[in-house]
Design a binder for this molecule. Structure first.
Ligand code: E4P
Length: 214
């Protein structure tokens, strides 16, 4: 499973790259706002740090506006992927953009039917939001299971990006379901490496090593 950094904070992305844990990056308008930086400036900087797909989201609601935003964004770097919201206008834009060779990531996906429409439009990626479904008492990971089954039934090439990840259990479940990609907030990427028994084990080995040297 590929790991994407779900952040627009450059220092976090640099750390993930230094660990070899950054196959790509996803941003959205809220993450850009949190970074405190200008959209195009920060996205351009990310393309210089990460050699993998980098999602940049459009804000227009009509297909024509989305396409108009997407074309210059895609020219920033070959790795830019255009994030398009899951609406009928979005689907219309995806069809046009993918035909032009501009890769799209259909975002804000909350049902298998929405993912089916995105795949039929030829989207390179689809982003189901597991955490936001859990937040309203629905089962986010069940949606991933459904989408993986639908895509496998028809051999769609669209890759599933498990998004809105809140904790390491989401990551483990995404991997167990065979999701192609999991986009993960920085704090959760750090958590993936941790276990209290690992820390206790290291301490015990070092204590015993000191004793062995005496
Ligand atoms: C990534 O593509 C999504 O925009 C992001 O994972 C959304 O996460 P949130 O639900 O925590 O805002």
């Amino acid at each position: 499973m590929k790991i994407f950094a779900d952040t627009a904070i450059v220092d976090e992305i640099k750390k993930c790259v230094s660990w070899g844990l950054c196959d790509g990056v996803t941003t959205n308008p809220s993450l850009i706002m949190k970074s405190g930086r200008k959209f195009e400036e920060v996205v351009t900087e990310i393309t210089q740090i990460v050699d993998g797909p980098i999602s940049a989201e459009v804000v227009s609601l009509d297909a024509e506006g989305m396409i108009k935003e997407a074309r210059p964004l895609s020219k920033i770097h070959k790795n830019i992927v255009i994030k398009i919201p899951m609406t009928l206008e979005g689907i219309k834009a995806v069809k046009v953009l993918e035909k032009e060779g501009i890769r799209c990531n259909v975002t804000l996906v909350f049902s298998a039917n929405q993912a089916l429409l995105a795949a039929k439009a030829g989207a390179s990626y689809v982003s189901p939001f597991v955490g936001r479904l859990d937040d309203i008492g629905q089962d986010g990971m069940q949606l991933i299971e459904e989408i993986m089954a639908v895509f496998s039934n028809y051999g769609f090439k669209t890759e599933v990006i498990v998004a809105s990840v809140r904790h390491p259990i989401h990551v483990k479940q995404a991997a167990m379901l065979g999701a192609h990609i999991c986009t993960i907030p920085f704090k959760v990427i750090e958590q993936l490496s941790k276990h209290s028994l690992t820390d206790m084990g290291i301490k015990k080995f070092l204590d015993d090593w000191d004793k062995a040297k005496k």
